[in-house]
Design a protein around this ligand. Structure first.
Ligand code: 3PG
Length: 305
């Protein structure tokens, strides 16, 4: 079987070698399309593949229509909002993700960005510490749980809200479970977003929600830009000069946010999962899932059932 690795933002070289070993070791062929700059290159490449590994690459109807032999697509990572999963299902193509494999990398970046923010982006002036501050984790999945683990080391008071995770599970991790998303924003000094982009969460982080934060509140986003209502957040930041917004996903309104000097920071390119370890974990898991599908028909991680 021909397995295409299509990554606009490439994996670390060590991860590609690990994927190669898995794929070729199982008697399959590896095709690499890295750093492609045009969707046409992806459309051309999918025509020759039985399986594909992607990152945040956009797998649209057009790409799926060109993928005439495709049986399985594995998103090496957690969020699969970049794939038209419903259309893939219509075409009989299995879509999987690799949950948890890059979660620690994203969680570590949360703290890298937070220290940078509370120390005034290293401007030489006196900042604040994370110790003793109230951290709110919105969604207690794989990333949220890693954030909670690291936050405990910083001596933070950790709160979480997750509409789909029982209170007991949150509390068994030593985290205080609050009753609603509003409560989380009302209670915490810092709120870290770990919700997926779904029709339900889209633009849910809005003026009213962030406006509940106490003085000096920090919103940090390492999830998806779509969950934020950018126009409303800008309006709030215009009215409240104490609010900071730190993000690993450049907002569409980046130029407008840039006017909030000292209160806004965005990485130039999404960096959360950009570590050799995360790339290797997620890439190899994806390769093994493809091999398992071709060998035994295993679809344990299918997200478009
Ligand atoms: C994920 O959903 O797994 C993360 O957002 C990482 O995405 P990336 O592979 O595009 O860096």
């Amino acid at each position: 079987m021909r397995v295409l690795v299509a990554t606009e933002k490439p994996f670390a070289a060590a991860a590609v070698e690990g994927i190669r070993k898995e794929i070729e070791g199982a008697g399959n062929e590896l095709i690499l399309l890295e750093k492609y700059t045009d969707n046409a290159q992806l459309i051309e490449a999918v025509g020759n593949a039985d399986a594909m590994i992607v990152r945040s690459d956009k797998v649209t109807k057009e790409v799926l229509d060109a993928a005439t032999d495709m049986k399985i697509i594995v998103r090496a990572g957690a969020g699969y909002d970049s794939i038209d999963t419903a259309y893939a299902k219509e075409k009989g193509i299995i879509v999987e993700n690799t949950p948890g494999q890059n979660a620690n990398a994203v969680a570590e970046l949360v703290f890298g960005m937070l220290v940078y923010a509370v120390r005034g982006f290293y401007n030489g002036k006196s900042g604040t510490e994370l110790y003793g501050k109230k951290l709110g984790i919105l969604a207690f999945g794989n990333v949220g749980r890693n954030v909670a683990r690291i936050a405990a080391g910083f001596g933070m008071e950790v709160y979480a809200y997750d509409a789909y995770c029982p209170k007991e599970v949150i509390e068994s991790a030593g985290v205080k479970a609050v009753g609603s998303q509003d409560d989380l924003f009302r209670t915490c000094d810092i709120v870290s977003l770990h919700i997926p982009a779904t029709p339900e969460t889209k633009e849910s982080i809005n003026y009213a929600m962030v406006g509940l934060m106490r003085k000096g509140g920090i919103l940090i986003n390492t999830a998806r830009k779509e969950v934020i209502n950018e126009a409303e957040l800008i309006k709030l930041m215009e009215e409240r000069s104490d609010i900071k917004f730190i993000t690993d996903i450049k907002p569409d309104a980046d130029a407008e946010f840039a006017k909030f000097e000292g209160r806004y920071f965005s990485t130039p390119k999404k960096m959360g999962a950009q570590t050799a370890e995360a790339n290797t974990n997620a890439g190899i898991a994806a390769a093994r899932q493809i091999n398992a599908y071709f060998k035994d028909g295993c679809t344990k991680f299918q997200v478009n059932k």
